[in-house]
Write a protein that binds this ligand. Structure first.
Ligand SMILES: *Cc1c(COP(=O)(O)O)cnc(C)c1O
Length: 372
C-alpha cells in the first residue's frame, strides 16, 4: 500500500483535533464536519467514517453526490449540501435524505415545487454575496418558512472575512453576526420556529467563542491547521496535521557541471550534482509553481530542493547533500521526516495560496492509509 505515492492519515491526530475543537465549543453546540473537496483531499468516504467513529455525525458537503455517497456508507445524521443543487438532482436529495441549502428566493420556490417534502437549511446573505437570502428581506424569509414542502431545519450564514485581523474585516464579521441575529429576531417575532442556527467555520470557532449556536461548520481545523502558518500559530497552535504525503525515489542520476535536467533545460548543474526522480507530480497535486527550487521535499530527514520543472507524474530533487539516497526510498512532500517538517501551510506560502487549496488538490492516485 506504499507503492508509488501515498497519504498517511493519522487517526490519533484527527481524534485530537476533534477533541480540541469540541472543547472550544459551548455546551449544546456540535461539530458539523465539512468534508467537501474529498474531505480536503483526505479522502471520502473514509475520512467521514473515521469522524463517525469519533462521534461526529453531522456533515457538510459541496454536492448532492458527495452527500449521497456518505449516506450510502452509513452516515445517519444531518448531511447539509452547502452549494446549489440543480433541480434534476432533487430526487437524489430526497432519496438520500440530504438537507439542501436554500440559496435564494427563486430556489426556495423551485424546491417547494418539487412537490414532496425536502429538508432544508436557509442561508442568509449577511454580506458575502455568494449565496443566501438577503438578511433584510424579512417577508421573503417568512414566505420560505411557510412553504408546505420545505422542512426548514436550520438557518445559517457564512463569515467571509473572519480569517483577517484587519480592523475593517473584524468590524465586518461583527456586523455580519449582528445582521444574522436581526433576521432571526424578526422571524421569531412572527412566531416562526427558527431551529438550528450556525455561523462559525474553523476561524469562527476560535475567534467568536461567545456565540451560542447549534452547530459549527468546521473544515480545515479538523485536518489540523488554519489556512496559514501564522494563523495556526496565533489561534490554534494545538492542532495536529492529519495528512502526510510521500512518494518513492524512482531513479538517481549524477550530473557533471554544465549538464541540464528536466523540461525546458529547467535545471543546470553548477557543481557535480545528484538528482533523484520522485514519483509524484502536478497530476497528483504538487503545484508546478514549486519548480526550480521554490519547493522542496524531505529525504532521510534532509530538505532537498526541487530541481527544474515539476512534471505531470514526477519531479526531480537535488540530493547532492544526501549521498545515501537510493531508488525506492520514500520522499516527503508534506509531513515530517527525521527532525524536519514541511507543513501544508508552508507549501501554500511558497505558491501564494492557502493550505486548503494544497490539501484539496491531493489527487486520486494517492493511496490513502490510516495510521496509528
Ligand atoms: C468550506 C465552508 C466551511 C468550512 O470552512 P473552514 O474554514 O474550512 O472551516 C464552512 N461553511 C461554508 C459555507 C463553507 O463553504
Amino acid at each position: 500500500m506504499k507503492d508509488r505515492a501515498w497519504l498517511e492519515l493519522s487517526r490519533p491526530a484527527l481524534a485530537h483535533n476533534v477533541a480540541l475543537l469540541r472543547a472550544q465549543l459551548p455546551q449544546g453546540c456540535d461539530l458539523m464536519a465539512v468534508v467537501k473537496g474529498n474531505a480536503y483531499g483526505h479522502g471520502l468516504p473514509a475520512a467521514a467514517l473515521e469522524l463517525c467513529r469519533l462521534g461526529v455525525h453531522d456533515f457538510c458537503v459541496a454536492t448532492a453526490e458527495e452527500g449521497a455517497e456518505l449516506r450510502r456508507q452509513g452516515a445517519r445524521g444531518t448531511i447539509l449540501v452547502l452549494g446549489y443543487t440543480n433541480p434534476s438532482q432533487f430526487l437524489l436529495l430526497e432519496a438520500a435524505r440530504l438537507t439542501q441549502t436554500v440559496v435564494d428566493a427563486d430556489y426556495a420556490a423551485a424546491l417547494n415545487a418539487y412537490g414532496r417534502p425536502l429538508d432544508v437549511h436557509v442561508k442568509l446573505d449577511t454580506g458575502m454575496h455568494r449565496l443566501g437570502i438577503p438578511w433584510q428581506e424579512g417577508e421573503t424569509l417568512e414566505r420560505i418558512f411557510r412553504y408546505p414542502n420545505l422542512r426548514v431545519k436550520g438557518l445559517f450564514t457564512h463569515l467571509c472575512a473572519d480569517d483577517s485581523q484587519d480592523q475593517e474585516a473584524v468590524d465586518f464579521s461583527r456586523e455580519q453576526i449582528r445582521r444574522f441575529y436581526r433576521a432571526v429576531d424578526g422571524l421569531r417575532a412572527c412566531g416562526l420556529p427558527v431551529s438550528d442556527l450556525h455561523i462559525q467555520s474553523s476561524y469562527g470557532v476560535f475567534r467568536h467563542r461567545d456565540l451560542r449556536c447549534r452547530y459549527a461548520r468546521v473544515g480545515i481545523a479538523l485536518y489540523g491547521m488554519l489556512s496559514t502558518t501564522e494563523d495556526t500559530a496565533a489561534y490554534a497552535p494545538g492542532l495536529r496535521p492529519v495528512l502526510s504525503a510521500r512518494a518513492r525515489v524512482g531513479a538517481v542520476h549524477t550530473l557533471v557541471p554544465g549538464e541540464h535536467a528536466g523540461y525546458g533545460l529547467g535545471f543546470t548543474a553548477r557543481r557535480p550534482t545528484r538528482l533523484a526522480a520522485v514519483t509524484m507530480g502536478y497530476a497528483d497535486g504538487v503545484p508546478r509553481a514549486l519548480s526550480q527550487g521554490r519547493g522542496a521535499m524531505l529525504l532521510h530527514g534532509v530538505r532537498c530542493p526541487i530541481a527544474g520543472m515539476v512534471c505531470m507524474d514526477q519531479l526531480l530533487l537535488d540530493v547532492t547533500e544526501v549521498p545515501q539516497v537510493r531508488q525506492g526510498d520514500a520522499a516527503t512532500f508534506i509531513g515530517s521526516d527525521g527532525g524536519e517538517i514541511i507543513t501544508a501551510c508552508a507549501v501554500a506560502e511558497q505558491c501564494g495560496t492557502i493550505a486548503n487549496e494544497i490539501l484539496a488538490h491531493m489527487g486520486d492516485r494517492f493511496q490513502r492509509l490510516w495510521v496509528e
